[in-house]
Design a protein around this ligand. Structure first.
Ligand SMILES: [Mg+2]
Length: 211
């Protein structure tokens, strides 16, 4: 995909993601402080603005870096810092990519997940955003056809998000609830799932609708 098209798809997906802010706020309210709705809407808005400012010939790595910077600056939250760090780590895998493809997407998502695991001192099963990111990275790595691989990533993340209900939160404010966190769906993992779904819809949208 051309980087200019990637920019358009990203903006469209983020505009749609804002529609899930209330759902994410409610999930986060049950488990934490409820700020995830604001984190996502302010962050997405800032990233869209940053993407609009990028020159037509910006590289994929520059695009990802701009997203990281805008998302971090829009938000003082731990989640925003972790996501921005993940995007920055992902951007480093794109330095040689002129037309990002599925292999680039797989490397990007994996590097972002690895960075979040490291900086957030978290692992799979801790009931965090990582639980949705890693199955998506697995699907992107395994698939041969880009559309099918993204579909599989969405399915994997959907399953992972449903599975977070049975888990006990082991990181962040949600961990204070201890066993009372069991039965509740993880807001961070849900946010990543919603982003993937919005990305999928943005990719499938007719080019004329992408603006
Ligand atoms: Mg929160």
């Amino acid at each position: 995909m051309r980087t200019a098209d990637l920019n358009v798809v990203a903006r469209r997906a983020l505009a749609d993601l804002v529609g899930y802010a209330d759902e994410l706020r409610d999930l986060d309210q049950a488990l934490g402080d409820g700020d995830l709705g604001v984190t996502i809407s302010l962050g997405a808005g800032a990233v869209i603005e940053a993407l609009e400012q990028l020159p037509e010939d910006a590289t994929a790595a520059e695009l990802a870096k701009a997203c990281a910077k805008a998302f971090a600056n829009a938000n003082p939250s731990t989640m925003a810092a972790l996501v921005a760090g993940g995007l920055l780590a992902g951007s480093k895998t794109l330095v040689d990519s002129t037309e990002p493809n599925q292999a680039d997407a797989a490397r990007f998502v994996r590097a972002a997940g690895d960075n979040i695991a490291l900086r957030g001192k978290t692992q799979l099963g801790d009931k965090t955003i990582l639980d949705a990111i890693m199955p998506a990275a697995d699907a992107l790595e395994a698939g041969s056809d880009p559309v099918a691989a993204l579909d599989a990533a969405v399915v994997g993340a959907e399953r992972a998000v449903a599975d977070t209900k049975a888990l006990q939160s082991r990181r962040g404010r949600a961990s204070w609830l201890q066993e009372r966190s069991i039965g509740l769906q993880d807001p961070g993992a849900t946010a990543f799932l919603r982003l993937l779904q919005c990305w999928q819809a943005a990719l499938h949208a007719a080019p004329a609708e992408r603006n």
